[in-house]
Ligand binder design. Structure first.
Ligand code: G6P
Length: 609
């Protein structure tokens, strides 16, 4: 969702801001804008545009925007339509205050009504009230004015502000919407995540809720809402600019699909114990005694992460024998969940910023559960708010549709299940089987990726269809769900996913030669059951694409098209079997001319409820 970049230093701000906005494009947006403060001439220039950054960049060609202080924004509309007037940055009445904001100001209607007697509003946004509030409180000290203004505000914000009369200063404030400060050599960056600053620095300070930062040419000063100074550590992040490039691939999504065999090794590294047949995830922060007392596991997530969590449920129940539920975060938080001190709750999230997942975890914590995070983005809110947990080490994932984070989330969830399982019912031998299967998984993923050209041909053949049904059973049911989600997200083709055995309870009515089915029929304990479901499809003459195990010649005879994947231990099958489905959605979207990395209406990181 919305993205923020700010810069203060010696360099020209505009190129840094525009490059930064491009780095944030992946989050999803529908308009963009930039403002640069020229200290020599004491002027602020602002340019905004509806649509892509390219449109903004085109518009900027006709402008000169000199200055070494500036802020910029990509907006994903919430309050007010997608118009230039509603695009950020927003200003006060005179144009002295310039503001960019992520989040939602809940009481903006009351504030606007009150301010309207003396202030002139130019947009329909909630954000604009902040600019006018700061104007009302400004008496020469921008930080104090922001602090005062925020005392009137209810809601969430990641906020970055400039003032024409404090020309060598930027003020940033955070409550519920992330902000990171990049520390350079006598220069500072501020952004909603680290990606815009990776080209310049890997030294960062993560702002926490309730903190306000004042950036000048020579220092960062961080205070709380009572203006008391807070000492913060500068942290070194290990993601670099190279990891955030397409590296010759046509899209980020394709690059990220092909990253998977490499980044899964990063997730596994140092965590598998071959001799002991177990995994050790230090971030769990629980003693064996506490682990023994866990009676229930709840996995909370949204979107793709929730399908990874579904695989985690199978793993926890099969290996650890602990009843495990998956809850979609937006449901969990309003459902009065039953939680006791023997409940272990994991938040499962690529970004670590998904608003519903964060709120659900806070609710679980309030009710006394152990709360842990399984997260990709280092320093994200979830990583910081939970009492432990694990990074999945997938590296920056910039395509909106999640791929490599999904497989790494699964790997970490299975490792957790193994770690718990080895404290109760899993033998060394069984544990070693899981560990050994993990040790071979990267090479098998590479083999699964070799299907890409064949999958593209299948996509060519099926590109005219308007609907698909995805089917899987057992641990491959989440794979079907994820395959269907990928198809919807990036190719906008309608698809549904069902457990194979449930098909005859409704969806079978849809089947016809116009309604293709993608089914996962790999060699596992449910092979024969799934095969029976496939016969039912054949009888209805629906075109059939199968994901089958290498060497299964029967599968070839059954289906119109088959994609063969390497066999692995059943528990790890989703890591392999999802790959051709990711590729299928990708090739389909490319063939249909869709914006693969930035699909319409979607945001990478959903930071509002
Ligand atoms: C958005 C994204 C999805 C993602 C979901 C959860 O809807 O478009 O790709 O799966 O959020 O995100 P998270 O960062 O919590 O995994």
């Amino acid at each position: 969702m919305c993205g923020i970049v700010g810069y203060i230093g010696k360099k020209e701000a505009l190129p840094i801001l525009i490059k930064g906005l491009r780095r944030l494009e992946y989050r999803g947006y529908d308009s963009a804008g930039v403002a640069v403060l020229d200290a020599d001439n004491v002027t602020v220039k602002r340019v905004r545009a509806v649509g892509k950054i390219d449109t903004l960049a085109e518009k900027l060609k006709a402008e000169t925007m000199a200055g070494t202080v500036g802020i910029a924004h990509t907006r994903w509309a919430t309050h007010g339509g997608v118009t230039e007037d509603n695009a950020h940055p927003h200003t006060d009445c005179s144009g002295a205050v310039t503001v960019v904001h992520n989040g939602i100001i809940e009481n903006y209607r009351e504030l606007k009504k009150r301010l309207s007697t003396k202030h002139v509003f130019k947009s329909e946004t909630d954000t604009e009230v902040i600019a006018h509030l700061i104007e009302a409180h400004y008496k020469g000290d921008l930080r104090l004015a922001v602090e005062m203004a925020l005392t009137h505000v209810q809601g969430t914000y990641g906020l970055v502000v400039m003032h024409r009369d404090s020309p060598r200063k930027i003020v940033a404030a955070r409550l519920g919407s992330p902000l990171v400060i990049g520390v350079g050599d006598k220069e500072y960056y501020v952004a909603s995540d680290t990606s815009p600053m990776l080209a310049y620095t890997q030294q960062v300070i993560f702002l926490d809720d309730g903190e306000i930062a004042e950036l000048t040419d020579s220092e960062v000063k961080i205070v709380n809402h009572h203006d008391q100074k807070i000492d913060k550590h500068t942290e070194q992040i290990d993601w670099d600019e190279a990891a955030a490039q397409t590296n010759g691939f046509a899209h980020f999504m394709l690059k990220e699909i092909f990253d998977q065999p490499t980044v899964i090794k990063d997730a596994l590294r140092g965590r598998l114990q071959v001799e002991e047949g177990t995994a050790h995830l230090g971030g769990l922060n629980m003693t064996e005694e506490q682990m023994h007392k866990v009676r229930r596991v709840i996995l909370i997530a949204c979107g793709t992460a929730s399908y990874a969590a579904m695989v985690g449920k199978y793993a926890f129940e099969r290996l650890a024998g602990i009843p495990t539920e998956i809850d979609v975060a937006s449901e969990f938080r309003y459902r009065d969940p039953i939680i006791d001190p023997h409940t272990l709750v994991f938040g499962v999230s690529q970004s670590g910023e998904t608003a519903d997942t964060l709120a659900a975890l806070r609710e679980a914590k309030r009710k006394g559960a152990y709360v842990r995070g399984i997260v990709n983005v280092v320093g994200s809110t979830m990583a910081r708010e939970t009492d432990g947990g694990t990074y999945i080490h997938a590296g920056p994932e910039l395509a909106v549709a999640s791929t490599k984070a999904y497989t790494n989330l699964i790997a970490v969830l299975i490792m957790y299940a193994l770690q718990f399982g080895r404290t109760n019912r899993v033998t060394v031998a069984t544990g070693q089987r899981v560990v050994n299967a993990f040790l071979e998984i990267s090479e098998k993923m590479t083999r699964a990726l070799k299907t890409s050209a064949a999958v593209r041909q299948i996509a060519e053949k099926y590109r005219g269809y308007k609907n698909f049904l995805f089917l899987g059973r057992g641990i491959n049911y989440p794979v079907a769900l994820e395959g269907s989600l990928k198809m919807k997200e990036i190719s906008y083709i309608h698809s549904e996913a069902y457990p194979g055995g449930e098909m005859k309870h409704g969806p079978i009515a849809l089947l016809s030669p116009e309604f293709p089915v993608v089914a996962i029929l790999t060699k596992n304990q449910l092979y024969d059951k799934m095969r029976s479901n496939i016969e039912e499809i054949r009888a209805r003459k629906a075109p059939l694409i199968l994901i089958a195990t290498e060497g299964d010649e029967d599968a070839r005879a059954l289906a119109d098209d088959v994609i063969f994947v390497p066999q692995t231990m059943e528990l790890l099958e989703p890591i392999i079997n999802t790959i051709p489905l990711q590729l299928f959605a990708y090739h389909m979207a490319v063939l249909l001319g869709k914006d693969v990395d930035r699909p319409r209406n979607l945001a990478k990181s959903v930071t509002v409820e």
